[in-house]
Design a protein around this ligand. Structure first.
Ligand code: HEM
Ligand code: SF4
Ligand code: SF4
Length: 515
């Protein structure tokens, strides 16, 4: 499993490098697959509502109404039909890429199981929506789907009377089942929307909208595709004639040809067993639990910054329980806390400058304390042999290990946003290094979701706790790259080191050594 994930990660990193170059890192579609899924869902919904105005829901006139939509009103409803189809196909593509990517990045394990688990029924609903949609056109493809699906459904022991009897020939054709399909095609998307909402419930500020340039580019591509290759029907259904050939939409209908070689009952078994196996993925093999963030009430002033910054909604601000004169205190929900440490980076009390008392911030990870981080910083600084000395604070997922040269020291942590900005000030003002690099996952694609965004905003001074203005920005660099991009990280480090060579070397202040 680990090998599979690593291989996929490398593949994605290569593809992302190409896409970064083409679209720019911020609009890279591979780092916005979830939000693109939402975007396509809304296009399918809006175009579907428009089509419904002209669609005749009776089996007799359905085909004629779709022909009217496609030919007579090609410029409006016709384009909507094509958009409806192509956005649905695009939804399947981005969802499969999204699943593989989240799997490769391991964003499903331990306490992060929830999105994965809710994603599995979502997959079923995507297919129910797609298949019932093709059915409604009532052309030859719809006839093939109607017959194959009803025979397939009949292999289940739930139906008293075989459904396939509805589709034996034109004299037995029953409108009731067709109407049921219409209802399903309208109500299944509502369930899908509910599941999509549930899917992101453990995410604070879930990204459900792609960046504007990506959204506009995607929408234009779909419209152009709709005009160049309009979606068309495949001739009216006629139950008295078995369709010789039909063009399948492989994104939705790939399972159907399998029915020719695998008995329907067995195919159900395969799909159900596959779904169960997929649902169990977050626990294969079981993840090693890490301790959740802990609050030290003596040091918490109830400012709420950790609550604002936690990407997994694992912190609430509760009423004060210790009698101190603050209105609220931070409370960690250990079931939701994924131990990213971002809250510690947000806490104003997490500063390396304090020395009168032991460093215990309002909130921190027990296995990555702020006091340890300060100690590691001092040790790394003392071990430099060459100048310019570059201190790299990197997240565990950035693949920075081994990327630096002899003048580089690396301090790893779960997420680079765990580093309180005061540390950068501490390092540079005390001359502990000549330059600092903050290295994290690709921009907009932090393993812990929001770490890159918070770090950038803290450094830019637009988010508390911000990096003080006095810090020389020429000595600080932020580097966002996907894991598996060691070569790109090495060259980013080399470039930064070369830029530091042009600046005067720093001297270590004696104050820095006083613990
Ligand atoms: C309509 C289909 C889907 C849509 C629209 C969708 C959308 C999203 C969105 C918006 C996010 C949050 C991104 C963020 O803000 O960080 C997300 C995360 C995720 N999704 Fe999906 N998703 C879909 C289907 C699936 C499926 C089928 C699976 C897997 C079976 C899946 C697995 C995940 C995982 C593992 C995460 C990350 C959870 C984490 O960060 O802890 N998704 N998805
Ligand atoms: S460690 Fe991460 S998930 Fe846990 S409370 Fe802090 S910010 Fe939230
Ligand atoms: S950021 Fe620190 S001080 Fe503010 S509420 Fe959270 S734990 Fe308390």
């Amino acid at each position: 499993m680990a090998f599979l994930k690593r291989s996929l990660r490398i593949l994605y990193a290569r593809a992302e490098a190409v896409f970064d170059w083409t679209f720019g890192q911020r609009a890279n579609p591979l780092t916005h697959l979830g939000s693109l899924g939402w975007f396509f869902f809304w296009i399918v919904t809006a175009s579907g509502i428009y089509l419904y105005l002209f669609f005749d829901t009776g089996i007799i006139d359905a085909y004629a109404s779709v022909e009217y939509i496609t030919n007579d009103q090609w410029y409006a409803a016709g384009v909507m039909r094509s958009l409806h189809r192509y956005a649905s196909d695009a939804l399947v593509i981005v969802v499969f890429l999204h699943i593989l990517r989240e799997f490769s990045l391991d964003r499903l394990r331990g306490k992060r199981f929830f999105a994965w688990l809710t994603g599995v029924p979502l997959l079923w609903f995507i297919y129910i929506c797609g298949i019932t949609g093709y059915w409604l056109v009532w052309d030859k493809l719809a006839q093939y789907i109607a017959v194959a699906t009803s025979e397939w459904l009949d292999t289940l022991p739930f139906f008293g009377e075989p459904i396939a009897n509805n589709f034996l020939n034109s004299s037995t054709l029953g409108g009731r089942f067709f109407t049921l399909m219409v209802f399903m095609h309208i109500f299944a998307p509502l369930f899908m929307l509910f599941l999509m909402w549930l899917h992101i419930q453990r995410h604070a500020r879930a990204r459900v909208n792609p960046p504007r340039p990506l959204a506009i580019g995607t929408a234009i591509t779909l419209v152009v595709l709709s005009l160049v290759y309009p979606a068309v029907s495949q001739g009216p259904a006629n139950l008295d004639v078995v369709p010789a050939t039909v063009n399948l939409d492989w994104y939705y209908l790939a399972a159907y040809p399998l029915l020719d070689v695998i008995p329907g009952g067995r195919l159900w078994l395969i799909l159900v067993a596959g779904s169960i196996l997929l649902s169990l993925m977050p626990w294969i093999p079981p993840a090693k639990p890490r301790p959740a963030a802990v609050v030290s009430l003596d040091n918490c002033n109830g400012c709420g910054r950790c609550f604002d910054d936690c990407p997994f909604s694992a912190i609430t601000m509760g009423p004060r329980s210790d009698g101190l004169a603050y209105a609220t205190e931070a409370v960690v929900d250990v079931d939701n806390c994924v131990s990213c440490g971002i809250c510690a980076g947000a806490c104003p009390t997490a500063t390396p400058f304090r020395r009168a008392t032991a460093i215990v911030p309002g909130i921190e990870l027990p296995d990555h304390s702020i006091a340890q981080l300060r100690e590691r910083t001092l040790q790394a600084s003392a071990s430099f042999d060459n100048v310019p000395r570059v201190l790299v604070y990197a997240c565990d997922h950035s693949g920075t290990e081994g990327a630096g040269g002899e003048n580089t020291r690396l301090i790893n942590m779960p997420c680079v946003a765990m580093l309180p900005p005061a540390f950068v000030d501490f390092v540079l003002s005390r001359g502990l290094a000549d330059g600092v690099m903050l290295a994290g996952c690709a921009e907009g694609d932090c393993y812990y979701r929001l770490g890159d965004r918070w770090t950038q905003e803290r450094v830019a001074g637009t988010r508390d706790p911000y990096l003080r203005k006095r810090v020389d920005r020429d000595r600080l660099i932020l580097s966002w790259l996907p894991s598996g991009s060691k070569r790109r990280r090495t060259s980013a480090l080399a470039e930064f080191t070369a830029s530091l060579e042009k600046l005067p070397a720093k001297t270590t202040s004696r104050r820095a050594d006083r613990a």
